[in-house]
Write a protein that binds this ligand. Structure first.
Ligand SMILES: Nc1ncnc2c1ncn2[C@@H]1O[C@H](COP(=O)(O)OP(=O)(O)O)[C@@H](O)[C@H]1O
Ligand SMILES: [Mg+2]
Length: 236
């Protein structure tokens, strides 16, 4: 299988501490890969390096064999949901997506298509500041798939979702992966993600501690048990 995404000896240092510590890993095409680990493990930092929002201290992170900024038509290759994503609260969901679409020369009809896919058609003309957290997460996902990208990079998209929202997200990601897309999705909720992912990368204190298919990594246990075994039972 080809690596859609690869990290090679990636190090990111903040104030003398390695937030990401010599991370080498790859993400296979057409799979849902969970990038899992507790809060502070270094997931967001690694993803920010991957999409060019942070500069590696050393090592590298590549998408389809090149750094993100060297991709041609990046919005048609890679969709992202990262904490830094900025929609305008005073604009409606539809207006927000139209702004993104116009900036990327994506036809306006695609806006209504993705609103439908994330089940926001009825709320499309509501101001985003009136959206629930789940609706905001779905709007961010709609923005990520506007360019119909083959790769999705999602940082904690399940954060703050209720069980129905998490179940919806699981179905949505599966539907996208079945179309051949590659999805890298981070989460600190190992138990929630166990049912969503095919492959896992587990990171703790900046270091990769396990990688493989979900079945390989968890063995007869759950992902949470596997994590506790790998870290000697500590949750920090
Ligand atoms: N911009 C930053 N400046 C300083 N420290 C940071 C910055 N971003 C992250 N860190 C630190 O790096 C470590 C990893 O953080 P982060 O990548 O956000 O972890 P995660 O996403 O897994 O919760 C934490 O100790 C965090 O405090
Ligand atoms: Mg994070």
């Amino acid at each position: 299988m080809n690596a859609a995404i690869s990290f090679t000896n990636l190090v990111k240092t903040y104030g003398g501490q390695n937030a990401v510590d010599d991370l080498s890993a790859s993400v296979n095409q057409g799979r849902i890969t969970g990038f899992l680990g507790p809060n502070g493990a270094g997931k967001s930092t690694a993803l920010r390096c991957l999409v060019g929002l942070a500069a590696p201290s050393s090592g590298s992170a590549q998408i389809l064999g090149v750094p993100y900024r060297e991709l041609e038509n990046p919005l048609s290759k890679v969709g992202t949901v990262l904490d830094s994503r900025g929609f305008h609260p005073a604009l409606t969901g539809r207006q927000n997506l139209r702004v993104v679409a116009a900036a990327a020369s994506i036809p306006e009809v695609r806006v209504d298509e993705v609103l439908e896919m994330v089940e926001l058609s009825e709320a499309a003309n509501k101001k985003m500041k009136k959206y629930s957290l789940g609706m905001k997460q779905r709007l961010a996902l709609a923005g990520a798939i506007l360019g119909d990208p083959e790769i999705l990079i999602l940082d904690e998209p399940a954060n703050g979702l209720d069980p129905a929202g998490i179940a919806w997200l699981r179905k949505f990601l599966r539907m996208l992966a079945e179309g051949g897309r590659t999805i890298l999705v981070s989460s600190h909720q190992l138990a929630e993600m166990q049912h969503t992912v095919d492959d896992v990368l587990i990171i703790n204190k900046g270091k990769l501690i396990a990688a493989g298919t979900k079945e390989q990594v968890m063995g007869p246990d759950s992902l949470e048990d596997a994590f506790l075994k790998l870290t000697g039972g500590s949750l920090s």
